[in-house]
Design a protein around this ligand. Structure first.
Ligand code: ADP
Length: 319
């Protein structure tokens, strides 16, 4: 392969830039030209394609967001839309594509591969919800953003004897809530994968107060219910005064952590290696600190399972 493309798609995540940089630098190092597709699959359909040089990705390793921009594109879910994309790629003599994004973006990459255009997926999402990799690019950064917020909220919570409910991202996956709750010492963690019992939570909050705790912190993944909704449930079950913080999009931004930069560098470079060997239809990942590749089809057919041992540990440590 002499010329490849790279795009970022779906929800952005910190570290996407470091992945783009790795793709560009590794490809050029190996004698392959790289073209950037601006604006995800929308940009692909509209032909927003430009050559990237070594300098195009200078000074971006530490920046959140994505210099290639991202988008959600309904048209790409149609065969016609994808055909337009393939025509634009061929018009630029691009022979393979690196897609950095979440599972929706992977579906697009698989559809392109099945239409005869080889793609490799790189897991870029804060949700950590992609099978075939223990970590996705951006998860660690988002986690640290949430922990920073929890620590700050804890300061004010302890001054005022309050129960704080912090709503974090995670529609279907509880990884951010679970890891942040464990690392932030939360009393209770609500995740989409496990049902909760409001009476059990109320009893725990009261027994904490009885033994002299001045505050409690509850982490709620947005997929369970809104923080405000859960606060109402807590207030009616306990008559405790609650405060709610919805962290929202700050979880998507910020300079990527060292972990995410290294992960992005390793996975981006491996994606290029696979394309160079004409191994399309794969998704790269990290397993036991080894860079691995699995077929996009397998990755999409598996459900990424939350670490229930970690959930149990969080319960044991927050008695
Ligand atoms: P993420 O990649 O973060 O999961 P989305 O689920 O929004 O984000 O997916 C990003 C884009 O991937 C969509 O806007 C669409 O263009 C494309 N996509 C998603 N599902 C499919 C599909 N089944 N076939 C083709 N393209 C898809």
């Amino acid at each position: 392969m002499k010329r490849i493309g790279v795009l970022t798609s779906g929800g952005d995540s910190p570290g996407m830039n470091a992945a783009v940089r790795a793709v560009v630098r590794k490809a050029i190092h190996d004698g392959i030209e790289v073209y950037g597709i601006y604006g995800g699959y929308t940009g692909l359909i509209h032909g927003n394609i430009e050559k990237l040089e070594l300098g195009s990705v200078g000074d971006i390793i530490h920046r959140g967001g994505t210099i290639l921009y991202s988008a959600r594109c309904e048209e790409f879910k149609t065969e016609e839309g994808r055909q337009k994309g393939i025509e634009n790629l061929k018009a630029h003599q691009i022979e393979g594509l690196v897609v950095i994004g979440g599972d929706g973006s992977y579906r697009g990459a698989l559809a392109l591969t099945e239409a005869g255009f080889p793609c490799v997926g790189v897991p870029g999402t804060i949700d950590n919800d992609i099978a075939g990799t223990q970590y996705t690019i951006g998860f660690d950064t988002a986690l640290n953003t949430v922990i920073d917020a929890i620590d700050k909220i804890r300061d004010t919570a302890s001054s005022h004897e309050r129960t704080f409910i912090i709503e974090v991202m995670g529609r279907d996956a509880g990884d951010i809530a679970l890891w942040a709750g464990l690392a932030g010492g939360a009393e209770t963690i609500l995740i989409p994968e496990v049902n909760y019992d409001i009476d059990e939570i109320a009893t725990k909050l009261k027994s904490g107060l009885d033994r002299g705790k001045r505050h409690s912190i509850i982490i709620v993944a947005e997929g369970v219910c809104s923080g405000i909704e859960f606060a109402k449930q807590v207030e009616s079950a306990t008559s405790l005064e609650t405060r709610v913080s919805v962290l929202g999009h700050i979880q998507r931004g910020g300079s990527p952590t060292a972990f995410d930069r290294v992960l992005a560098s390793r996975l981006g470079a491996h994606a290029v290696e696979l394309l160079a060997k004409e191994k399309g239809g794969q998704a790269v990942g990290l397993n036991n600190n080894q860079v691995v590749a699995n077929s996009l089809r397998d990755v999409l057919s598996q459900h990424n399972r939350l670490d229930l041992d970690l959930y149990e540990l969080s319960r044991e440590l927050s008695i």
